[in-house]
Structure formats: structure tokens, C-alpha cells
Design a binder for this molecule. Structure first.
Ligand code: URP
Ligand code: ZN
Ligand code: ZN
Length: 490
């Protein structure tokens, strides 16, 4: 069945035009003003009227953790609940992380994630992979998983979570050099995990066991320090770098400075950091405070969310994600007497598009094209699936959202589609509502109703050596060649 979306305004990252869109067999086949449906299709298509609506590429969330085993629990949004929530919010593709324990091979972990995800996903998905230790086998397997049948083109390194996922600087540097060789983007969780572990001990010894200890053990300076270290090591390894969940002004400033000095580095704020601040950690209500725990923490400076949006607007930060990693209130209670045991992670995948619209477009900081750029197109470009994803154009996948820019909704755990029982944006009234979500040509969300089945989503293989990320690397490698002085005549 074909779909005709009529009378809307098509928005890409570089244009806004009045046009109709025709979809057939999961692809966009025509984009034209006053589109006339070809004779052969004229009896069998469904019409959607998009008058006063925007027709935008489905959102791409490049950072999620569905059903992640973490801190003794498993994130409760699995690949089914999490991707349903994504579609309800106008996101049609996620990039999740394979995170191998230090003892596991990358191939084993990859298989595990595919086994979890493939039968459950409702929207398309791709994978990024964490490297949590270093040895010859890991180095070889990194190359293997960049082959098309595995489809990985980025690797993440944790500089936090000591003794769990954290790598040393040496391991990180080896990993970045390997990424550069095999054409993969380096990604980093930038916090100083060793100092955090010391501060956690100090705070617990002082009797500070509640969620306020979380933020106090992770001062923003430790995010900025690790961000600076990561950018420096990536530069030395001649590896493009992507900093996940930029939560503070200090970390954002470091990224801007490194870019001014010529570094290829991308910065990703997340919905939580754009919509909330860290005052929640001092709430008298333990559960409320604990439910906001993620790492790095929400900024204790209440002006940070609006500054992060300003930095997206002016191009010093580049795209938005969510780090969706949800735990129920009862799971969070694991850390009732010790904040270091509260599972880290919050929601976002359902509400990111509306939060970014509210804080960005509705507030007058960005236009709808920039909105498309930071919620979809830039992710597609960085992860090498553009223009198949991230664009309304002939030949692109029909991942489309009919967006009502003036409708409002109130975010609430009572109505969200996540599997957890708390929403960090509770009560926020947001303009910008995804009325219809189309995933590869199928209408999966229509005026508040989901119509999806587990397994509807497809795995998207991401090729290495993305031009958008890697084109300057060979010339830089030549410039960085070590100099050898010939003294044979002495
Ligand atoms: N961010 C967080 O607190 N949980 C998910 C794991 C991570 O990305 O660090
Ligand atoms: Zn992280
Ligand atoms: Zn994460």
C-alpha cells in the first residue's frame, strides 16, 4: 500500500518547502508540490492530510541502552518497550550499545545483543560497541565487527565506572589508534572515574549516603578534565571523537576549544540535560532524587540546560541523544542506604523530540531545519547512513513524522510508553507533538495509538570510513609522520 502525505511543509536540515510526499514499499518515491500520483498507483493509496503540519525525517537517537545489565539490575525498557516508546515520540531509529563485560569477547557480546534486539525491535536500530579492556583479541575483533555483516562503525570507551567498564588512559589510547586504522569513530563517556571512586568513599565515610552524594562525588570539573583528556588523546591518535552525554558547560567549552584548534570532535547533549537540572538531587523525597540519577549527573547549575541549547544553536554542540537507560523505582531502591548502588540511568527516548522542540524551536533559539539537523540528520551523517536515513528525499527510507508544531501535551509517567514508573520530565508542557509516525512506510503511531509488532524494526549495518567524519584523517596522518634525522655521514 502506498501513502500520500498532502499539503504539509517538508523540512530537511537545509530546506523547508511546501510539498507532498509519496511513499511506496518503505521508500519515499516522490516529493513534489501538487504531486500527481502515477497512474499505476492511483487506486491503491492512503492519504494523510498534513495541512499546518511539518513533514520531518523520523528522529534518530544515537545513544540508548535498552535492557542493559548494569549495576546489578537490567534496564527495564527492553528492545520492545524502548523502541515502542521511541516511535510514540517520533524517533524511528536508535543506536544502542553492545557493552561487553571485561571478560567477554566482542563477538560473543555482539551476538548477545543481536539475539536480544532482533526479535523485539519495533523501529530500525544500529549498534555501537564499547571496548572495556585491551588485548590483541579485542584489537582483532574490532576490525571483524566493522565488516558489513556486523555493521559497527563506532567504539565507545568509558573513563568512568571504575572496575566495571572503565579503561585506563593507555587502553583508551590503544583503542583510539585502532579506531583510526579501521575507520571507526571513537566515542567516550568522559568523567574521571578514579577520582570519583575516591570522592564516593569520602562522602560515604562522612555519612552522606543519599542521592545528593551522587552529584557531590561527580563535580563538573571531573567531566571537563576527562573531556579534555579524551580530546587530547584522540588528537594524538588522529582519531575522530564523539563525546556522549555532554552534561556541563565546562565539558562543552573544552569541546569548542579543541574544535577551534582543529580537532574533529562532536558533542552530544541529551534530552535529560536539556530539560532538567541537578537541583532534583537535593529533593527531600529520596525516590524523586534517586530517579534523576545518571552519570555524568544533571548539572547543579540551573542555567546549564539553556546554555547547552544555545551551544547546539550556534554549532558548538552537534546533535542530541538520550542515553535512555531506565530503572523502576524499586530497582533504584537498591541504593537506599548507599548512593553508589543506585542504578544509573533515566528516560528520554520518547520525549527527546518534544523537549528539543520546546527548548529549541518554541523558545526561538533554533528553526525547524536546525531541529531536524540535531534530532536526525547529523546523526545519520556521523554514523554513515545518510541519506538513507535523516532526510525526506526520493530514495530515502520512509521514516517520516507528521509533526504538529502548535499542539501541546503534558509529559507524564501515567501516559508514557516506557516500562518504568517515573518520568524525569513529569508535568512539563511541551509544544510540538508527533501526530503520525511512519517507520519504513508503515504507519506505526497515529493520534495516540501504537500499531507495531515486535521484530518490525530492521538492523541497519553502518559502514566504516564515513566521509563526513574521516575525510581529513589521511592528510593529518601525513602531517603527523614522525621525523627521522639521517646521521649516517658522521
Ligand atoms: N548514563 C547513565 O547513567 N547510565 C547509562 C550508562 C552510561 O551511558 O553511562
Ligand atoms: Zn555514559
Ligand atoms: Zn550511555
Amino acid at each position: 500500500m502506498a501513502l500520500l502525505i498532502k499539503n504539509g511543509t517538508v523540512v530537511n536540515d537545509d530546506l523547508m518547502i511546501k510539498a507532498d510526499v509519496l511513499v511506496l514499499d518503505g521508500k519515499i518515491i516522490m516529493v513534489e508540490e501538487n504531486l500527481v500520483v502515477p497512474e499505476n498507483l492511483s487506486k491503491d493509496y492512503q492519504i494523510y492530510d498534513a495541512t499546518d503540519r511539518l513533514v520531518i525525517p523520523g528522529g534518530i537517537d544515537p545513544h540508548t541502552h535498552m535492557q542493559l545489565p548494569f549495576m546489578g539490575e537490567v534496564a527495564v525498557d527492553d528492545f520492545y518497550a524502548g523502541t515502542r516508546a521511541a516511535l510514540a515520540g517520533g524517533t524511528t531509529m536508535i543506536i544502542d550499545f553492545v557493552i561487553p563485560p571485561k571478560t567477554s569477547s566482542l563477538l560473543e557480546a555482539y551476538k548477545q545483543w543481536r539475539d536480544w534486539a532482533d526479535p523485539k525491535v519495533c523501529c530500525d536500530y544500529a549498534l555501537s560497541m564499547a571496548v572495556t579492556t585491551w588485548n590483541e583479541q579485542i584489537s582483532e575483533e574490532m576490525k571483524i565487527v566493522t565488516e558489513p555483516s556486523f555493521g559497527i562503525n563506532s567504539f565507545k570507551f568509558f573513563l568512568a565506572y571504575k572496575n566495571v567498564f572503565m579503561v585506563t588512559d593507555e587502553e583508551f589510547f590503544q583503542g583510539l589508534k585502532r579506531c583510526a586504522q579501521i575507520g571507526a569513530l571513537g566515542r567516550v563517556h568522559a568523567e574521571n572515574g578514579s577520582v570519583i571512586a575516591e570522592k564516593q568513599k569520602e562522602l560515604l565515610e562522612m555519612g552522606i549516603t543519599g542521592p545528593e552524594g551522587h552529584t557531590q562525588s561527580r563535580p563538573e570539573e571531573l567531566e571537563a578534565e576527562a573531556t579534555n583528556r579524551a580530546c587530547t588523546l584522540a588528537s594524538q591518535a588522529n582519531c575522530p571523537l564523539y563525546v556522549v552525554h555532554v552534561m556541563s558547560k565546562g565539558a562543552a567549552k573544552v569541546i569548542a576549544e579543541h574544535r577551534q584548534n582543529g580537532a574533529i570532535v562532536f558533542g552530544e547533549p541529551i534530552a535529560a540535560g536539556l530539560g532538567c537540572d541537578g537541583t532534583h538531587y537535593y529533593s527531600k523525597d529520596w525516590m524523586h532524587a534517586a530517579a534523576h540519577i545518571l552519570s555524568p549527573p544533571l548539572s547543579r547549575d540551573p542555567t546549564t540546560p539553556s546554555t547547552l541549547m544555545d551551544l547546539l544553536a550556534c554549532g558548538q554542540l552537534h546533535l542530541t541523544a538520550t542515553d535512555n537507560c531506565t530503572f523502576t523505582c524499586s530497582q533504584k531502591k537498591l541504593g537506599l542506604n548507599d548512593f553508589t548502588k543506585i542504578p544509573n540511568g533515566v528516560n528520554g527516548v520518547e520525549d527527546r523530540m518534544s523537549v528539543v522542540w520546546e527548548k529549541g524551536v518554541h523558545s526561538g533559539k533554533i528553526d525547524p531545519m536546525k531541529f531536524v539537523s540535531i534530532t536526525s540528520t547529523t546523526a545519520a551523517r556521523i554514523f554513515n547512513c545518510y541519506p538513507r536515513k535523516g532526510r525526506i528525499a526520493v530514495g530515502s527510507d520512509a521514516d517520516i513524522v507528521i509533526w504538529n508544531p502548535s499542539a501541546t501535551r503534558t509529559i507524564s509517567a501515567q501516559t508514557h510508553h516506557h516500562a518504568n514508573d517515573f518520568n524525569i520530565f513529569e508535568g512539563m508542557i511541551v509544544h510540538g507533538v508527533p501526530e503520525i509516525t511512519i517507520s519504513r512506510g508503515k504507519v506505526v503511531w497515529e493520534y495516540g495509538e501504537l500499531n507495531v509488532e515486535a521484530g518490525n524494526g530492521k538492523f541497519i549495518s553502518l559502514p566504516p570510513f564515513c566521509n563526513y567524519v574521516f575525510s581529513a584523517i589521511p592528510a593529518r596522518a601525513r602531517k603527523m609522520q614522525p621525523i627521522s634525522v639521517d646521521r649516517s655521514n658522521i
